[in-house]
Write a protein that binds this ligand. Structure first.
Ligand SMILES: *Cc1c(COP(=O)(O)O)cnc(C)c1O
Length: 428
């Protein structure tokens, strides 16, 4: 692909799409004619492969009834494990360390119930004040369940500027009162990447366990969980992984913890060959599979089968490379086209610290988002003043980015946003 020089013309965008070796994946997705979807960081689009694998699951039910658990092309009983194995290369894990189960929130409950082991002076959990609310609610309720007051026992690292969290500040907060650290890999607003390798090393040097919520990074960039020695990780599969609304989530457990009994067990925690012995003494699986609880939500897992095939074909390194080029291009265009219109780029500018989306701040962000939608561009709004724009490597083009910025420019020039109410919708 051409070197990263910048040219604001439409022709240049079209030329870059011609040179893009991942361009053909776009035709695998259901994109609306004339619309520009830039919200793959909230809900990835449906691909034909994901549709096919969902329909195939319905077929297996139609065809096999109860026998679908062990018969057919994708027997249900082992599907969570098989998909964990296919997911493993995306996160740098070995196959037994990943399981597809639960939701991000329930998986976080599970790992905190397992890895939060307050002892002696070490009774606190470390997170940060820009963390996703659900993650914070999990930590608060897990503390309450153990009889601790979250006000005192949940430590939240402060942001210096309301956008970013400095790694130095996190490390400084890793005191001998901290038992567990839970952080995002990429911040949902600013798109800042935390250096997971460094933070893991620093936590471990202090005898602290550490895990990450990777909802905003898996599928957008490579991870090396095993090499970094992260203790656990959770992520959802419906954002960059395009597994559909409410799609079943994923969980990584470092193999050095396989001897632990999960905090929350159920019959699907069993070793597969023991589960149907129906004993009252659980024999847990000897891998991440032990972190399952009940029957997998198969209809919500099925689209992931097809979706992961696309990731295997495209390769996560190539996807990350293109994603960086798209977000860089978007930022260059914003600088060039939207000068003096009140926008601030709120995400880190460096490739190393920037996730898969651009975070554009503006006092009129709510109304601008509404105007974008009316013009066929789907962004999302994040309170208080953020417009998230995610050009996704699998299905967005350079021309999409060019068009979106032109539409934004027109909205601002014509003050189109002024005709909308300055209130957030229920789902922003
Ligand atoms: C999307 C997201 C969630 C959502 O959790 P669900 O259980 O799927 O509702 C949680 N945490 C973070 C950081 C997210 O980005």
């Amino acid at each position: 692909m051409a070197a990263q020089h910048f040219d604001p013309s439409r022709e240049w965008a079209i030329e870059r799409d011609k040179q893009d070796e991942l361009a053909s994946f776009r035709s695998q997705f259901y994109l609306k004619e004339g619309a520009i979807y830039l919200d793959g960081n909230s809900l990835g689009l449906l691909s034909k492969k994901a549709e096919q694998s969902l329909l195939a699951l319905l077929d297996s039910w139609k065809e096999h009834g109860i026998n679908g658990w062990t018969e057919g092309d994708e027997p249900w009983f082992f599907l969570s494990e098989r998909l964990g194995k296919k997911m493993a290369p995306l996160v740098g894990a070995s196959p037994e360390e990943v399981i597809v189960t639960g939701s991000t929130t329930t998986n976080l409950h599970q790992v905190v119930a397992t890895f939060y082991q307050p002892a002696g002076n070490r009774t606190k959990i470390l997170a940060d004040e820009l963390n996703f609310p659900s993650d914070i609610y999990v930590l608060q309720s897990q503390l309450r369940l153990r009889g601790y007051d979250p006000q005192e026992h949940l430590v939240r690292v402060k942001s210096r500027d309301g956008r970013l969290i400095e790694e130095e500040d996190i490390i400084a907060a890793m005191t001998d009162e901290i038992a567990l650290v839970v952080l995002p890999s990429v911040y949902y607003r600013s798109g800042q990447i935390l250096d997971m390798r460094r933070l893991t090393q620093e936590a471990h040097q202090r005898g602290i366990l550490i895990g990450f919520d990777c909802c905003h990074s898996v599928g957008a960039m490579p991870h090396e969980f095993a090499e970094w020695d992260v203790d656990f990780a959770v992520w959802c599969n419906y954002k960059y992984l395009n597994a559909g609304p409410g799609g079943v989530a994923s969980l990584y457990i470092n193999r050095k913890h396989f001897h632990r009994l999960p905090g929350l067990t159920g019959w699907f925690s069993s070793r597969k060959d023991k589960q149907f012995d129906m004993e009252h003494q659980l024999t847990p699986a000897e891998d991440a599979g032990a972190y399952q609880m009940g029957t997998p939500h198969l209809l919500s897992i099925a689209p992931l089968i097809g979706s992961l095939e696309l990731f295997a074909e495209a390769g996560i390194d190539r996807l990350r490379e293109k994603s960086l080029q798209l977000t860089r291009y978007m930022m260059d265009l914003i600088d060039h086209e939207l000068q003096g219109m009140g926008f601030t780029i709120g995400n880190p500018l460096e490739d190393k610290r920037r996730g898969g989306h651009v975070y554009l701040e503006h006092d009129e962000a709510i109304r601008i988002c509404k105007a974008l939608k009316e013009n066929g561009v789907t962004p999302d709004f994040r309170a208080p003043n953020g417009i998230r724009l995610a050009p996704v490597a699998l299905y967005n083009s350079f021309e999409d980015v060019w068009n979106a910025v032109q539409i934004l420019k027109k909205i601002m020039k014509e003050e189109q946003y002024k005709k909308f109410k300055n209130t957030r919708e229920v789902v922003a």
